[in-house]
Design a protein around this ligand. Structure first.
Ligand code: ADP
Ligand code: MG
Ligand code: MG
Length: 255
């Protein structure tokens, strides 16, 4: 079991030093083998948490720590964190000209492996084919430039393809459900669920309960005003769908 531990995390936007903190003391422990959902209204720090865990330099940690198995990540650049097993799937994946999808994924896998342990090309291509078939992706998507001209749904599916090929210890998935129709949601969820196991943990950020019908979380957390104000099991998401977030402590109107 690998443990991702966030303790008393306070975060500011580096370019806005006079602005108040976005995260104000987040505590969260994710073990491999667990799926955590992070919910909450827009603009409350969910994406900031994911970006800060991954090491986006736009954010500054002013207090607290982020550790994997006791080792602090705070001084590590993004690539070092990726080698420790972190993966961030984004709401708006980037387009990269001149690099094909397959090249990008192979480079991402190899960057995480030792020089004498690079993935053999034939083995890679075989696994890529099989994984794309699972995700019901057209074969030519492997040879297209990364995310260029991909539809919203294709980009999301492609992120799950990257995830399944890279097999990180921890996947931070930020609103992978936004803009997906039911078929795409089902396929994306199938991909995430296929990774479930003792070596894989995930923090799934979503605004809506719908995704959690497909990927049933072990824990559900609600973030409000840069703090986790409530934690429960999968039932909590169902409850929130009915009641909304307003009645929770720190909710709109009694902050
Ligand atoms: P959520 O993902 O819950 O919708 P975010 O983490 O994206 O929330 O944003 C939380 C708050 O921090 C918002 O008010 C947002 O405008 C602000 N914020 C986040 N990132 C930046 C940034 N890079 N520059 C300026 N403000 C930011
Ligand atoms: Mg948002
Ligand atoms: Mg967000």
């Amino acid at each position: 079991v690998t443990t991702l531990e966030i303790t008393d995390l306070h975060v500011k936007v580096k370019a806005e030093p006079t602005h108040p903190e976005i995260l104000r003391g987040v505590n969260l422990v994710v073990h491999t083998g667990e799926i955590h959902a992070l919910m909450g209204p827009n603009g409350n720090g969910k994406s900031t948490l994911a970006e800060t865990i991954m090491g986006n330099p736009a954010y500054e940690v002013t207090q607290g720590d982020i550790r994997i198995d006791g080792q602090s990540l705070l001084d590590m650049p993004v690539d070092a964190r990726a080698r420790l097993g972190l993966f961030l799937g984004m709401q708006y994946p980037a387009e990269i000209a001149g690099v094909t999808n397959a090249e990008f994924i192979r480079a991402a896998i190899n960057a995480r492996r030792a020089d004498d342990d690079q993935v053999p090309i034939m083995q890679f291509l075989k696994e890529l084919d099989a994984t794309m078939a699972t995700l019901e992706m057209p074969e030519d998507m492997a040879d297209r430039y990364l995310n260029q001209g991909f539809s919203g749904g294709e980009k999301k599916r492609n992120e799950i393809l990257q995830l399944m090929m890279i097999k990180p210890h921890f996947a931070l998935l930020d609103e992978i459900d936004s803009g997906l129709d039911i078929d795409a949601l089902r396929i994306v969820s199938k991909g995430v669920n296929s990774l479930r196991g003792p070596e894989f943990g995930s923090l799934i950020i979503t605004h809506y309960q719908r995704l959690l019908d497909y990927i049933v979380p072990d824990f559900v957390h609600v973030m409000k005003d840069g703090e986790i104000i409530e934690t429960g099991g999968a039932d909590l998401a169902k409850e929130l769908e009915k009641t909304g977030y307003e009645h929770l402590k720190g909710g709109v109107g009694n902050a």
